[in-house]
Design a protein around this ligand. Structure first.
Ligand code: ATP
Length: 358
């Protein structure tokens, strides 16, 4: 049941509650057929933005276009969107089929047509055969599939999802992330997905819009956001990182007394943070021109299943007194030479993995 997704153009959206700005001048474009995630901590404004798209919240000013059509004054039921919420919002007194068919019943669609499309939708979410079950007789994952089937039953051009997997346990959540993404790909709708779970956003999205304090901080592919976050907030919020204090003077970066090579040009002097992803560090004695090397002492070594986490205190005399986290994947050759607690190590970080943020 493919439907061609509509692009979404959000311009200068501002929403206040009293003198509090829930959204400040947010502008972003979602491409047709794209899976875009709004990612941010609790209270950052993600749901408010989704509700503006759905038409349940009227912004103070700004514009929302679906394709070329301005929809800001259009009521939710005329916006051609499917919605899935965190708490499923299923009707407990209806069975699965009735729940999924409800939006079409509201629209006055014939019984035969409803039966056909409901069956199709249930097949799409792998619930065929369960149409007569009461929703109380389903698992959490199955209930979420019913909510999804209901959202896609009339083949909307845009699918909006607000933390749809947060009530599920970790394993099921991870399975459903892959399934949702596959479903998105097969239906070709434009999807806007809200989550505060950075791993979920990295797994599922074509692009991620990082929202904080009602503002858009960065909009890019998961790869770019992970590799080169715009600022210290994003570096800290997405993935695991050590933020090391660095000074830039005359276009050269220094970690303590040691020069640091970075991937991008240095345009101004001042205090910055070097973003170090723990899995990008390696043990080395190589002094290559495109590798930063730091010396320190292993303070902790923690077995964590898939990897070993080392906490390294950098040599205060050369790098300033700072801690660095390093991960060595289990099964890698480096583990056979795992340094003991208290030993001195030199760790390397490629220039191409070295980014500064303000
Ligand atoms: P969460 O992940 O916790 O759902 P969120 O990023 O979705 O958070 P929003 O629900 O968009 O956050 O809320 C953004 C801010 O706006 C919050 O500080 C919230 O308290 C405030 N807010 C939302 N709705 C209202 C309202 N009706 N009246 C007053 N303040 C509101």
């Amino acid at each position: 049941m493919p439907s061609d997704g509509l692009s979404i153009s959000i311009k200068d959206i501002t929403k206040t509650y009293g003198d509090f700005f829930a959204l400040k001048d947010v502008s972003l474009e979602v491409n047709s057929g794209e899976f875009l995630t709004l990612l941010g901590p609790s209270g950052s404004g993600k749901t408010t933005l989704l509700m503006v798209l759905a038409g349940f919240t009227r912004p103070d000013y700004g514009s929302v276009k679906f394709g070329t059509e301005e929809v800001i004054l259009k009521p939710p039921h005329l916006r051609d969107i499917g919605m899935v919420f965190q708490n499923y919002a299923l009707f407990p007194h209806m069975n699965v089929e009735q729940n999924v068919g409800y939006p079409q019943k509201l629209r006055g669609v014939s019984k035969e047509k409803i039966k056909e499309t409901v069956n199709n939708a249930l097949k799409t979410v792998k619930l065929d055969g369960l149409g007569h079950r009461g929703v109380g007789e389903l698992s959490g994952g199955q209930r979420q599939r019913v909510a999804l089937a209901r959202a896609i039953v009339f083949q909307p051009k845009i699918l909006l999802m607000d933390e749809p997997l947060s009530a599920l346990d970790k394993k099921l959540r991870e399975e459903m992330q892959i399934e949702l993404r596959q479903l998105h790909d097969s239906l070709n709708m434009t999807t806007v997905y809200v989550t505060h779970d950075q791993k979920e956003a990295l797994t599922m999205s074509d692009r991620i819009a990082v929202i904080n304090d009602g503002g858009l901080m960065q909009l890019d592919t998961p790869n770019v956001i992970y590799r080169s976050p715009n600022n210290a907030f994003i570096a800290d919020f997405i993935g695991e990182s050590s933020l090391l204090s660095v000074k830039v003077s005359k276009k050269t970066a220094y970690l303590g007394k040691a020069k640091v090579l970075v991937e991008h040009p240095l345009e101004k002097d001042g205090d910055f943070s070097l973003v170090v992803r723990p899995e990008k560090l390696f043990l080395t004695d190589n002094k290559s021109v495109d590798i930063n090397s730091f010396t320190g002492t292993v303070e902790e070594s923690i077995y964590q299943g898939e990897s070993q986490l080392l906490i390294i205190r950098l040599n205060p005399a050369s790098h300033g007194d700072q801690l660095l986290r390093m991960r060595i994947p289990n099964g890698s050759a480096a583990l056979s030479e795992l340094p003991l607690i208290g030993s001195k190590v030199t760790v390397g970080l490629k220039k191409s993995d070295s980014y500064l943020v303000e």
